[in-house]
Design a protein around this ligand. Structure first.
Ligand code: PLP
Ligand code: COI
Length: 343
């Protein structure tokens, strides 16, 4: 099946590879990691994931490296974030060891779907945790299903590492202070769809959200963190906010920025500070870095660098993180978890 894939023209889309893994939590304990192929679950009609949103997920990538080995990028971080998310919405998370066992297993099963080195594609893993017990009163589930899907993907935005125009979405907020914006619950994405789609209808591929209490500080883009490089090129700035998802890509880029000699500022970022940045990017697993050419905020329009290519520092950061992911640059921070050899 995988032999017919056009690796260089993959989009970011669901694909059924015929194998995923699943573990179930019942009677107070997690069961074994099982191999599954049926894409339909046999789920109770009153399951808490369906009625009360006890559902959360993760996203991470697996790469075939230059030297021929398969490796996942920082899966332990995703395991920990799933644990943090689950606790926030009173769910039972899989322990880290179980999460990593499921990652290894799903990659082994889908080895033929790991895109070959040099194609620019990767294997995307989608861990999902749902409450499966029936309840009609609002109550946490006693039983849980944890599964990990795998599928080959190309770039999230069809043009890849190329600047896009962003829109400050103020009509619809996506996360409240002390709410659930800092964890990866499924409902956050439903909450963000209207805002993101109304931005797209206006011609902006990506929306920027401000803090929902005052609309004066930058939170993050719809599905990615905000990062900026100051005018003098010496500082990496990213918002500190209780309603932003702690992005593993952002954390890694901050580390690389420090390696490059930049200082990293994680602090509240007033939206008016946009006029002082020379480069702005959106970062996340799916797109890695999306350079932002302009941000439209009401009748104001801020621009950053050139419309036809990314700025110098974002390009350096992008090349460095991708170089580490594809095994071209030494994994000096121990981020890659090796999972056997490429086909
Ligand atoms: N912010 C939001 C709301 C996201 O959905 C994501 C994607 O997972 C990110 C940021 C980026 O996080 P990460 O770099 O861990 O993928
Ligand atoms: C990301 O990986 O950056 C995401 O936001 C994933 C998205 C498809 C939910």
């Amino acid at each position: 099946m995988a032999r017919r894939i056009d690796w260089k023209n993959l989009g970011f889309a669901y694909k059924d590879t015929g194998a995923y893994v699943k573990a179930e939590y019942k009677n107070g304990a997690w069961g074994e990691v099982e191999v599954c192929s049926d894409p339909y679950l046999n789920l109770h009609v009153a399951a808490t994931c369906l009625h009360y949103g006890q559902a959360c997920f993760e996203g991470l990538k697996v790469f075939c490296g230059k030297e021929g080995s398969i490796a996942a990028f920082r899966p332990d971080e995703n395991a920990q974030r799933l644990i943090d998310t689950a606790h926030r919405v009173v769910m039972k998370p899989p322990p880290k060891e179980l999460f990593l066992e499921a990652v290894d297993k799903v990659v082994e099963l889908n080895r033929e779907f790991v895109p070959p080195y040099g194609t620019g594609a990767s294997l995307y893993l989608r861990p999902l945790l749902i409450g499966s017990s029936p309840h009609v009163g609002v109550h946490p589930s006693e039983e849980y299903i944890f599964l990990v899907l795998a599928m080959p993907v190309g770039p999230y935005y069809k043009d890849g590492f190329y600047p896009v125009k962003a829109y400050v979405q103020e009509e619809f907020d996506r996360a409240a202070p002390h709410g659930v914006g800092n964890v990866k619950v499924a409902g956050n994405y439903a909450a963000g769809m209207k805002g993101d789609m109304s931005g797209k209808e206006k011609g902006f591929p990506i929306c920027l959200y401000l803090d929902s209490a005052t609309h004066s500080y930058i939170d993050e883009f719809g599905t990615s963190n905000f990062l900026a490089i100051t005018d003098d090129g010496s500082r990496y700035v990213t918002p500190d906010s209780s309603s932003v998802l702690p992005s593993i890509t952002n954390k890694s880029l901050q580390r690389i920025a420090r390696d490059f000699g930049l200082s990293v500022e994680r602090r509240p970022v007033p939206v008016t500070e946009l006029e002082r940045f020379s480069e702005v990017g959106a970062c996340g697993t799916a797109a890695v870095i999306t350079p932002i050419y302009s941000i439209t905020h009401g009748d104001k329009n801020y621009t950053f660098g050139r419309e036809d290519r990314a700025g110098e520092m974002l390009t350096r950061l992008y090349k460095e993180i991708q170089g580490i992911q594809y095994g071209e640059i030494e994994d000096r921070h121990g981020w890659m978890r090796e999972i056997g050899a490429c086909r």
